[in-house]
Design a binder for this molecule. Structure first.
Ligand SMILES: NC(=O)c1ccc[n+]([C@@H]2O[C@H](COP(=O)([O-])OP(=O)(O)OC[C@H]3O[C@@H](n4cnc5c(N)ncnc54)[C@H](OP(=O)(O)O)[C@@H]3O)[C@@H](O)[C@H]2O)c1
Length: 252
């Protein structure tokens, strides 16, 4: 196999937001294995981000850590500039994985909470994506959505609204940033338990998926890699959810 086939992202630089842990970490590792140098963004998980950067360097890649609160639009804007400075040039790949997932129903929705969800889960990915498009270097953006954008997630109303907004932004950006920037999304289903839950959560819910199993972080990372290397794909969402998006609202 040629090096190009084994490392299709060689010479490219990726920024992975929320990259220190969980799905972001798996994505950063997969992109690095594919040859990309990686800027690992974190907010609170600085120790984990630094350890991951060290691991990426061990793979022969360059890696940097950038810290920013993406609830603050000015910090999101500054993150893109500092990531470019750290990497000594521009960015080729942006993966918007950082997110919050708070509980809360529509009937007691606090406007400030909706605003916070939109700022972190939708506005920051847009600000970073627009900065990539404005850099006029080309490249690709992958937004992390949620398979439940296809039905109704009553227990996470603000989150659900923010991910729906990000889904719409994915299509808008794909059209408006073409032809130089491709914009796609991955919509994970049952992958990792949310904070406060353990594997029993995954076991309990896995039968709600047509494939009757849950996924793992590498399933999501593989879909991100596919989109990063697929030069003729834009405006697409890949559901990595065992087919869950084809069913109605069956989550407990
Ligand atoms: N896990 C799943 O099964 C699943 C299912 C459906 C969709 N998704 C989507 O896939 C993506 C990754 O999922 P995940 O479970 O890995 O996410 P997660 O653990 O809930 O969050 C990822 C990271 O987001 C960062 N973050 C939170 N608030 C932030 C803020 N104000 N500013 C900057 N960063 C902030 C945190 O970074 P620090 O730790 O550094 O603070 C956190 O580690 C998310 O977009 C999620 O909605 C995941």
């Amino acid at each position: 196999m040629t090096d190009d086939k084994e490392r299709p992202l060689l010479g490219q630089t990726a920024l992975v937001t929320g990259g220190a842990k969980r799905l972001g970490r798996a994505i950063a590792l997969t992109l690095a294995h594919a040859g990309a140098d990686v800027v690992v963004h974190c907010r609170g998980s600085l120790t984990e981000a630094k350890a991951l950067a060290e691991e990426l360097r061990g793979l022969g890649r360059q890696a940097w850590v950038e810290q920013a609160d993406l609830g603050d639009a000015a910090q999101a804007e500054a993150l893109f500039a500092s990531a470019c400075r750290s990497a000594g040039g521009g960015l080729d790949i942006l993966v918007n994985s950082a997110s919050i997932f708070p509980q809360g129903r529509l009937d007691d929705l606090d406007p400030a909470e909706l605003d916070r969800n939109i700022r972190i889960n939708a506005l920051a990915p847009f600000i970073l994506g627009r900065a990539l498009a404005r850099s006029r270097r080309g490249g690709c953006i992958v937004n992390l959505l949620d398979s439940r954008i296809m039905d109704h997630d009553a227990e996470h109303a603000a989150y659900h609204l923010s991910k729906r907004l990000l889904a719409t932004l994915t299509r808008m950006m794909a059209l408006e940033f073409a032809p130089h920037v491709r914009v796609n999304a991955v919509a994970p289903g049952l992958i990792l338990p949310p904070p406060g839950e353990d594997d029993a959560y995954l076991e309990r819910l896995k039968r709600t998926n047509p494939l009757e199993r849950h996924g793992g972080p590498d399933d999501v990372a593989d879909a991100v890699l596919f989109l990063a290397r697929s030069a003729f794909v834009t405006g697409q969402t890949i559901f990595v959810d065992g087919g869950r998006h084809m069913r109605g609202a069956v989550y407990g």
